[in-house]
Design a protein around this ligand. Structure first.
Ligand SMILES: [Mn+2]
Length: 334
């Protein structure tokens, strides 16, 4: 099977068809993207548990350990074994439309009998067979639809996982992707036994002291560009070291800049091991289309949330990015 195909030649499945595709497999490898988030983790956990209920041998493998804030979810996700001699009929890739972002050795993915992507990011045509719906606020919504089509009963651990997915990907039901389907999933998960206050407490009220210290350091770098329409912050390797924090600690940190009155676009540059810089972008409204800005750096994402990774040290990347962001912000209408 070719690893790439043009979108018009690719097979695009509705959730019901995706469910039938999964049903045809006896063994399934479930995985997702690097820099795992609530939606990728929740979707992996719920799908894996659901497939096991349906009598399918399912494992969830991710190279990155599950971040602490999501460790209360069912521990279905494990790190891939060093030497994997297990063969799977199907690999289901969740919450990414980009092969290079998959959080697994590509050899493991290629060794599977087939690949099915389930995602809500713009379709890049990289996956020959996929269930993609960019109008879904979270991949968790699509996973729920697929499990429903397969006749799976949503248990409490699945409900917690899917609820965590839609909660985090909609910014606690505040982003522009918060719609009927997002609330419908939330309601269904509450009916299935999830405790929204408990999930929120585990996800949001468990910041560590190193995280808070890093947050303070990051906020001290805040600068405004383009007449206040853009806000830029950065985190250096030295800041991570000084506070004892890691890259896994900064999920959603960029939103502090997005929340400022008048800011249309927010950016956070974080240094990674002195060799790479991660660019995280957020917009208040979809018309800003920060995914177009991310694309200039080889990245991608949604109109309101996107990112890219570039090679180099922070000191090398920051000045030119500042200039780019300034001109990007200047083109935005107030
Ligand atoms: Mn997502």
């Amino acid at each position: 099977m070719p690893m790439t195909a043009s979108p018009d030649r690719a097979e695009r499945l509705a959730p019901r068809e995706a469910g039938a595709c999964i049903r045809a497999a006896r063994s399934v490898l479930v995985t997702s993207h690097v820099r795992p988030d609530g939606d990728s983790i929740g979707s992996m956990v719920a799908l894996t548990l659901g497939l096991r209920q349906a009598g399918i041998e399912a494992v969830a493998w991710a190279a990155t350990p599950v971040p602490r804030r999501y460790s209360f979810l069912d521990p279905a996700i494990t790190q891939p074994p060093r030497a994997a001699d297990q063969l799977f009929d199907l690999c289901v890739i969740l919450d990414t439309a980009t092969l290079s972002r998959v959080d697994l050795d590509q050899g493991l993915v290629r060794a599977c009998g087939g690949i099915l992507a389930v995602d809500h990011h713009p379709d890049l045509g990289e996956f020959p067979r996929a269930c993609i719906d960019t109008t879904a606020g979270a991949t968790a919504i699509l996973v729920h639809d697929i499990l429903g089509a397969m006749g799976v009963t949503i248990t409490r651990p699945m409900a917690d996982a899917l609820y965590a997915g839609v909660l985090t990907d909609t910014g606690s039901f505040t982003y522009s992707n918060t719609d009927h389907r997002a609330f419908a999933l939330a309601l269904a998960m509450v009916d299935a036994g999830t405790d929204p206050a408990l999930v929120a407490r585990m996800v949001y009220d468990t910041m560590t002291r190193p995280q808070i210290l890093l947050l303070a350091d990051m906020l001290s770098t805040l600068e405004f560009l383009g007449g206040g329409r853009a806000a830029l912050m950065h985190i250096s390797d030295a800041m991570f070291a000084r506070t004892g924090s890691t890259e896994a600690d900064i999920e959603d940190f960029v939103n502090h800049a997005r929340a400022i009155e008048g800011v249309r676009v927010a950016a956070l540059l974080s240094e990674s091991g002195g060799t790479q810089v991660r660019i995280s972008l957020r917009a208040k409204t979809p018309d800003v289309a920060v995914n177009t800005l991310a694309a200039r750096y080889g990245g991608g994402g949604h109109p309101c949330a996107a990112g890219a990774t570039v090679a180099g040290r922070l000191a090398d990347v920051l000045p030119s990015f500042r200039t780019t962001l300034e001109s990007f912000a200047t083109t935005l209408r107030n």
